[in-house]
Design a protein around this ligand. Structure first.
Ligand SMILES: Nc1ncnc2c1ncn2[C@@H]1O[C@H](COP(=O)(O)OP(=O)(O)OP(=O)(O)O)[C@@H](O)[C@H]1O
Length: 583
């Protein structure tokens, strides 16, 4: 990590070492104090001059070097902090699947990592502190020993404090990890107070007091391990301080006794007294450096854990085959099951299914039936825990996921409200055409969203989102239609997955849109692409080539609208119930 820190900004890293030179100069001060006392006692002007120049020069240069070094360190810390945030974002975005967004262990680790990212930013800081402390302690020790051998005992008195560092490190690690879930909870609750949509609900239901209570209680629970750790560390430090200063007082007393007897020079006594403070400071410096290093190494361990986690997921998906240019047979699910991490039953269970090339498939079913899970397996967001998804007879696990994604498109109910320029928010659906206005307008038309654009003051150049200067807010339905248009950007995808993208639209608009998808899908039949539409509205799916009815993770009915109606099963019954509701 230190190497990365050094690479991020070499100049600042090198300037930061100015402090080390300053520390060496500062370590010579006891020598000049001793010289000064001796000069006064022996009325030696030369000694006095050297002492005064030495002290003045050392202190002045040290001040400048400290200033240069500290400013460089601070800048360095910010640069390195950014670099590590960038690397985390890169690692997270490179993970091909979505499982990690739902893994509480990973989320807690990420929280610890974020909360203590100062430790990462301070990688070089910790190293510098160590180098500074070592340079300073070596200079001080040489100066002290040149005055009196007993001063080595002063240095040894700081050792127990250093030996106890692993104990405090353990306390720190426990405190950071125990507090992490509560810190994450507190952060999420604070986010709820900032989020506009959650803000509406929290006002309607008068949740302010409850939210504030929960924020306070989770913050308290997050801080409690820190407080316990601080109390224990303070007690330990008190013990260490008493031990050091008790021992130091005995040694100085011994030297004073000898000075009165004339066997120790007054200058040596001065060096002893001034060194005592320095040695205590040095031992504090070394202890806090060791703590920094400990925190740094814990952050590094989490960083490495995250990197290994990302690599494990990468390794799970080793597929490197290209997806076909067009689908001849279509997509087949062969005894596919999927169970979420920690769940005790399958969300999808032994699904055996053909989605023929060029067809439009509607998926219906009650809440929790497994519809979204099916879509996520088709788009490769999750890998089946059993069975295979075959793309023209090739297992999706053998296909390069990035390449597969480049040939698929989607729109989701939980779409992102991308607060970019309107044109970008749509064009992102196909990066090669992000600035291609005709294509963006075509996608808007295919997604029945052209009128959303008409209402925007600067059309495609309109900034979306009122949190930005001149930003425009959209209604839930308008955001959703832009998300659908984004999904329409890619021409002739092999899979177009539409997971309830029309839930915020009225039934008539959804019906019209779905008919349009069906026509577009048949027109685009040249690529053999499969269109999968998930919906709760049975009335909109009549145009589909196949309707799948899912219940509790299984396909319970399958056929055309007519066939299913004629069969008089669950589909026909639910269709009738919904149709009565609309009459
Ligand atoms: N991240 C998750 N972790 C654990 N279980 C999950 C997760 N997501 C979904 N499930 C469970 O898997 C099952 C299927 O969920 P899925 O979201 O696929 O249903 P759905 O048919 O799309 O529902 P809806 O119509 O409400 O969107 C449900 O029992 C749900 O509780």
């Amino acid at each position: 990590m230190t190497v990365i820190a050094f690479r991020v900004s070499r100049t600042q890293s090198l300037l930061a070492f100015g402090e080390t030179a300053g520390k060496v100069l500062y370590g010579l001060n006891p020598l000049f104090y001793g010289l000064f006392d001796s000069g006064v006692i022996h009325r030696d002007v030369r000694q006095l001059m050297i002492a005064v120049i030495g002290l003045g020069f050392g202190t002045g240069i040290n001040g400048i070097l400290q200033w240069v070094g500290t400013s460089a360190r601070l800048k360095q810390q910010v640069y390195v902090g950014f670099e590590f945030s960038r690397q985390i974002a890169l690692m997270m975005s490179e993970i091909e699947t979505l499982d990690h967004h739902e893994d509480p262990v990973l989320l807690d680790k990420l929280q610890s990592f974020r909360s203590w990212s100062g430790g990462v930013g301070g990688a070089l800081n910790a190293l510098l502190n160590m180098v500074n402390s070592v340079a300073w302690s070596a200079t001080t020790l040489i100066v002290a020993l040149s005055a009196d051998w007993r001063l080595i005992i002063l240095a040894l008195l700081g050792i127990p404090r250093l030996l106890l560092v692993p104990v405090t490190q353990r306390w720190n690690k426990i405190a950071e990890e125990t507090g992490s879930p509560f810190r994450r909870l507190a952060d999420q609750l604070v986010d709820l107070t900032r989020d506009r949509d959650a803000g509406a609900e929290s006002r309607v239901f008068a949740l302010r007091t409850l939210l504030m209570q929960r924020i306070s209680s989770s913050s308290r629970r997050a801080q409690r391990p820190d407080q316990d750790r601080n109390t224990k560390t303070a007690m330990l430090e008190l013990g260490n301080g008493l031990f050091f200063f008790g021992g130091a007082a005995a040694i100085i007393g011994w030297m004073v006794h000898d000075a009165i007897g004339g066997t120790v020079a007054v200058s040596a006594l001065t060096i002893a007294v001034t060194s005592m403070g320095s040695l205590q400071e040095i031992s504090s410096g070394l202890v806090s450096t060791a703590r920094w290093l400990g925190q740094e190494s814990r952050s590094a361990t989490r960083f490495v854990w995250l990197r290994d986690y990302a690599a494990t997921i990468h390794a799970r998906h080793t597929g490197h085959r290209r997806p076909p240019a067009r689908l001849d047979n279509g997509i087949r699910l062969e005894h596919v099951s999927y169970r979420y991490n920690g769940a005790d039953s399958d969300a999808l269970c032994d699904v055996d299914l053909d989605l023929p090339a060029g067809t439009v498939v509607a998926v219906v079913g009650e809440n929790g039936a497994g519809k979204s899970t099916l879509v996520k397996l088709l788009t490769g967001m999750y890998q089946p825990t059993g069975g295979r998804v075959l793309i023209d007879d090739v297992d999706l696990a053998e296909i390069d996921l990035d390449a597969w994604r480049a040939r698929t498109s989607a729109a989701f109910q939980d779409h992102a409200n991308l607060e970019f320029l309107a044109g970008e928010a749509i064009g992102l659906g196909d990066l090669d055409h992000i600035e291609d206005e005709p294509e963006i307008n075509r996608a808007l038309a295919d997604g029945a969203a052209s009128d959303v654009l008409t209402a925007l003051p600067q059309r495609l150049q309109t900034q979306l989102g009122t949190t930005w200067p001149d930003g425009v807010n959209l209604s839930g339905g308008q955001w959703q239609r832009l998300a659908i248009a984004r999904g329409m950007m890619r021409r002739q995808p092999l899979l177009l997955a539409l997971d309830e993208p029309t839930s915020a639209l009225d039934a008539a608009t959804e019906h019209a849109l779905f008919d349009r998808y069906a026509t577009a899908a048949r027109d685009a039949g040249r690529s053999g692409g499969v269109t999968v539409l998930v919906t709760h509205r049975f009335s909109t799916v009549a145009a589909a080539d196949t309707v799948l009815v899912l219940a509790e993770g299984r396909i319970v009915e399958q056929g055309t609208h007519r066939q299913l109606m004629a069969a008089g099963g669950a589909y026909a019954e639910l269709y009738e119930i919904q149709a009565r509701g609309y009459r």
